[in-house]
Design a protein around this ligand. Structure first.
Ligand code: PLP
Length: 449
């Protein structure tokens, strides 16, 4: 489309007058007005096009404006826009069946929500009612959403301002060899020590008081730490031994991101509850949910489940989910994510790391990669301090600005950049983005010592 800076300026002026933005000091932000998007790209009103290496908030797994998903929403809108959750409708039934078909094990009942945080809220509610216990254990270096229980489960600084209602939440350390909390020197040691630490946390909290352990299968926003072999199976075993519900949060890792429908498949584990959102329909219409095991579902066979949402299983959202899952299957989009990760993105990132003193570690799988940026490779000191803002965060801000000048929209969190493009990304697009990333990293290198 032709550039139209005046239209962009008008959009921005009204935004600044009336839109209250997430996570932001309203007087300090400068939102970019967006004119359109397609596939792995979006563009502004000034004629700048960006290759989206962040998939927005790591949700546009199928890319922007997939024609089959757009058509499904249009068709559903013409047929039935909305209906209360209590009725049985074709698209909701089919979306639930298709999600259940893709989740591991016996997670065959689906409770639909409008997004990830609500999925986590309801999973925790189910676990508490199923066990009759109150506490929930979650990991430091995690993100589970911004509603009351979900933000308290979160293990990053976004929790701090909302911590007052954290009763019943206990945090522990998950495995992360590069910045080991356990002084481990191998993945196996990290795994053993992280499991021993979890056992000890449970012993001191009292196993009979713990309803659930919630983990991101592969922690996402916190740094894409692929768990070592045996860790998740170990947590599964600990949960079984103590009658604790095991919740895997696949809001970010699910629906192709790791090169499988669900990341749990890589590790051969089946949780009791699995939360999803984002990639289920790439966020074309808000949708999330909880996949529920037969045993937990049975708890609510004769006893009402005390939770619900006006828009649970919304027809437009469900129609877009059905179309998304069909398109992902027909077009081998999950397979593409796996192949591009293994053959193109992974090898290129390791090569880039060799060239740049600021890249401390490369980790990930599929289209789910993190570069841990450091001031010094030997000491592993992060390029910016934990939770830095303002001047202290300048090295990351300069890196992000360099990416954008190069036509790349990066995902940046603390001292990391994540390479999380659409699962549909082609080899040529990936190479274009990786070249821009390579170039932009010189801005980070300037801050190494
Ligand atoms: N859980 C995980 C693992 C997430 O990454 C997110 C969002 O980034 C959420 C939950 C919250 O999802 P939502 O923002 O849709 O509420």
């Amino acid at each position: 489309a032709a550039a139209d800076p005046a239209a962009g300026a008008a959009v921005k002026a009204t935004d600044r007058a009336h839109v209250f933005h997430s996570w932001s000091a309203q007087g300090l932000i400068d939102p970019l007005p967006i004119a359109g998007a397609e596939g792995a790209y979006f563009w502004d009103y000034d004629g700048n096009r960006y290759l989206d290496f962040s998939s927005q908030l790591v949700n546009t797994n199928i890319g922007h404006q997939h024609p089959k998903v757009v058509a499904a929403i249009q068709e559903q809108a013409a047929k039935l826009c909305t209906i209360a959750p209590g009725f049985a409708v074709d698209v909701r039934s089919e979306a639930a069946r298709m999600v259940a078909e893709r989740t591991p094990g016996d997670l065959d009942k689906i409770f639909f929500t409008n997004g990830g945080a609500e999925a986590v809220e309801n999973a925790v509610r189910m676990a508490r009612l199923h066990t009759g216990r109150a506490k929930v254990l979650s990991a430091y270096r995690s993100y589970h959403g911004a509603t009351a229980a979900a933000i308290n489960l979160t293990g990053d600084p976004r929790r701090w301002p909302s911590d007052t209602a954290s009763a019943g939440v206990v945090h522990f350390w998950g495995p992360f060899l590069y910045r080991s909390a356990f002084h481990a020197e191998s993945e196996q040691q990290e795994c053993e020590r992280a499991l021993a630490h979890l056992e000890q946390t449970i012993a001191f909290e009292g196993p009979q008081s713990i309803a659930a352990i919630i983990l991101e299968t592969v922690p996402g926003t916190a740094g894409i730490m692929v768990p070592p072999a045996g860790y998740l199976a170990g947590v599964r075993e600990i949960c079984d031994r103590h009658g604790i519900v095991f919740i895997l949060d696949e809001v970010m890792a699910g629906f192709g991101r790791t090169g499988k429908w669900f990341a749990a498949e890589h590790f051969g584990v089946t949780p009791d509850l699995l939360t999803f959102a984002k990639g289920v329909n790439s966020g074309y219409v808000p949708l999330g949910g909880v996949a529920i095991s037969a045993e937990i579902a049975a708890t609510f066979d004769q006893r009402p489940y005390p939770g619900g949402l006006t828009y649970s299983g919304h027809p437009l959202a469900c129609a877009s989910a059905v179309a998304t899952m069909n398109a992902m299957t027909e077009e081998r989009i999950v397979e593409n994510a796996a192949e591009i990760g293994e053959k193109v993105i992974g090898p290129a990132l390791h090569e880039i790391a060799g060239r740049h003193p600021s890249v401390g570690e490369v980790r990930g799988m599929g289209v789910f990669w993190a570069l841990d940026l450091v001031r010094n490779k030997e000491t592993r000191e992060p390029l910016v301090p934990y939770n830095a803002s303002g001047a202290a965060n300048a090295p990351m801000a300069e890196f992000a600005a360099a990416c954008k000048r190069g036509g790349l929209w990066p995902f940046v969190n603390m001292n990391r950049t994540h390479v999380v493009p659409a699962c549909t990304i082609t080899e040529a697009e990936a190479k274009e983005g990786l070249a821009a990333l390579d170039e932009a990293l010189t801005a980070a290198d300037a801050h190494t010592v």
